[in-house]
Design a protein around this ligand. Sequence first.
Ligand code: FES
Length: 157
Amino acid sequence: MDAAPTDATAPDAGLPLCASHTLEEKGRAFLWDVRQYGRNEVAFVMRFEGQLRAYLNRCVHVPTQMDWQPGEFLDIEKRYILCSLHGAAYEPHGGRCIGGPCGRGRLTPVAVAERDGQVYWYPSRDIVPVPFDEPPAPGQDGPTAAPAAPAAPESPP
Ligand code: FES
């Protein structure tokens, strides 16, 4: 009889992200690259009121990253996730927009869990790991893509 899989790298077990102790209460979030519908995105996980909260780092107002500094998402009173661009505010629990130009939108959640001092994430049908050996798709300007080289100056006529 075969034993149940116990490989910690198996998708059912989640993919390891970081040690639990690195996520301090309302502290800096951990960021990692994911792919959604073929586009490179960044996801983040933070600890808020003792619970892990994880979303795509993409504002509902304009699809851009929201953190003030890498991994810094909370407002000064550490009550809301605040977009650094135009100030949209989201509830850390559930990611619902509660103010600013994000309307009735909500952040896209990412499944995470922690066990034995380790934080894991769980890919879904729509949000998957970025393959290590695959270059960005042509025309893909994801957050992990290298910036485009400046255009060469035109030669005088
Ligand atoms: S891009 Fe986030 S509030 Fe405008």
